[in-house]
Ligand binder design. Structure first.
Ligand code: MG
Length: 380
């Protein structure tokens, strides 16, 4: 069955505490809206409409950068108006198509949820995931409400596009605000099927929901470690670049770029953690444009590759090996520079210095070597 998706990201986020509006907040390194957009695209959606509040178009474009097949619609003052705007953006799609209408604040939707809904839609005008109420329900005055037959309606909810269009058009002006789309279809006489809901389709509403979602993401993530090594030769000069910090010395490090062995080892460690080649492959020494380049560019490139995989850098640990210059007076400056470059807290950035007790090429003062480890979390 051909189907499209409308993701409603236009709510006020008034219960979610401080910070950016819900859909643009990050969860495991990805904007919350991006989780649903990626999942529904992977599940086979044709068009994906993101309904955005007026003025938030730039946030949406940034959150969805690189995703193919999405378009935005500007939402209204209520959820129902936003859904109508999303449906209007699908005006060219045929009535026989299905549409899945989904809350951006439910990031853990999967292809399995989609398949269940589309199967149910073969025999109904609409389908929704419903989760039985497990807790005892109390009013504020402590009277207990019967919970038999009660369910929590989740999203995505699936509809025949023509049926939900007609149902919204027929919703009476004086009937108040519908809180979900199945209600609108039922009111218009459409048949709605229930499919089993899933606790993982919970809605991020309160600050503690975000905390729980972050823990779920971290618990499901895979930890990877990458290692990098580099060495550069000393030559005539008056200082070296190490970990992005200039250190005065009576020689310099010789190389095609600024010869920052620390950042080169780090670049290889980050690339190594995601199995993405090495610095020589990404920045061939044969290309003149890297002559004298600041090595922070190489690290930024590796970080962009990491982000494209949805991965997050967790910590780095560098060891610099030389007899001279003495590095310990510069260690705090190097850690601070790396923390800023990597957007990591200071305690996730380690820089250590050692010698080889006058043995080998570092011991003879011919050059300097660097080793780096990068710890990375990949999403499940
Ligand atoms: Mg190098």
């Amino acid at each position: 069955m051909r189907w499209n998706a409308v993701i409603v990201a236009a709510g006020a986020s008034s219960r979610a505490g401080d910070g950016p509006r819900k859909p643009w907040r990050r969860l495991g390194g990805r904007a919350i809206v991006r989780w649903s957009a990626d999942a529904l695209t992977t599940a086979g959606a044709g068009a994906v409409v993101i309904v955005v509040p007026p003025g938030d178009e730039a946030e949406a474009a940034s959150a969805l950068a690189g995703l193919a097949g999405w378009r935005s619609a500007v939402g209204g003052a209520t959820r129902a108006l936003s859904v109508r705007a999303g449906l209007a953006a699908l005006a060219d799609e045929p009535d026989d198509d299905a549409v899945l209408i989904h809350d951006a604040a439910r990031p853990f939707v999967t292809s399995t949820h989609v398949e269940r809904l589309l199967t149910a839609l073969e025999a109904a005008d609409g389908a929704l995931p419903a989760l039985p109420v497990a807790d005892t329900l109390k009013r504020a005055d402590l009277t207990t409400l019967p919970r038999d037959g009660l369910s929590r309606a989740q999203t995505p909810q699936a509809f025949r596009l023509g049926a939900i269009r007609r149902a919204y058009a027929a919703w009476p002006a004086g009937a108040g605000e519908p809180t979900d789309d199945a209600q609108v279809l039922t009111h218009a006489g459409g048949a709605v099927a229930l499919v089993p809901g899933d606790p993982m389709l919970f809605k991020l509403t309160y600050p503690e929901d975000f905390h729980m979602a972050e823990q779920l993401v971290q618990g499901a993530a895979t930890t990877r470690v990458g290692h990098g090594f580099d060495a550069h030769r000393f030559g005539p000069g008056d200082g070296v670049m190490l970990c992005g910090v200039r250190i005065p010395y009576d020689r310099t490090l010789v190389g095609h770029s600024d010869a920052d062995a620390g950042l080169h080892a780090l670049t290889d460690a980050i690339l190594g953690a995601i199995g993405d080649g090495d610095i020589g492959e990404h920045f061939p020494a044969s290309e003149p444009k890297w002559r004298g380049a600041a090595s922070s560019r190489f690290v930024e490139h590796a970080l962009a590759r990491l982000a494209a995989r949805g991965a997050q850098l967790v910590s780095v640990d560098l060891t610099l090996i030389c007899e001279k210059p003495r590095l310990s007076p510069h260690r705090d400056a190097m850690r601070a520079r790396l923390a800023a470059l990597l957007s990591l807290p200071l305690d996730a950035v380690s820089v250590k210095a050692t010698t080889t007790e006058t043995m080998g090429f570092t011991g003879r003062g011919e050059g300097l070597a660097a080793q780096a480890l990068a710890v990375v979390q990949l999403p499940a």
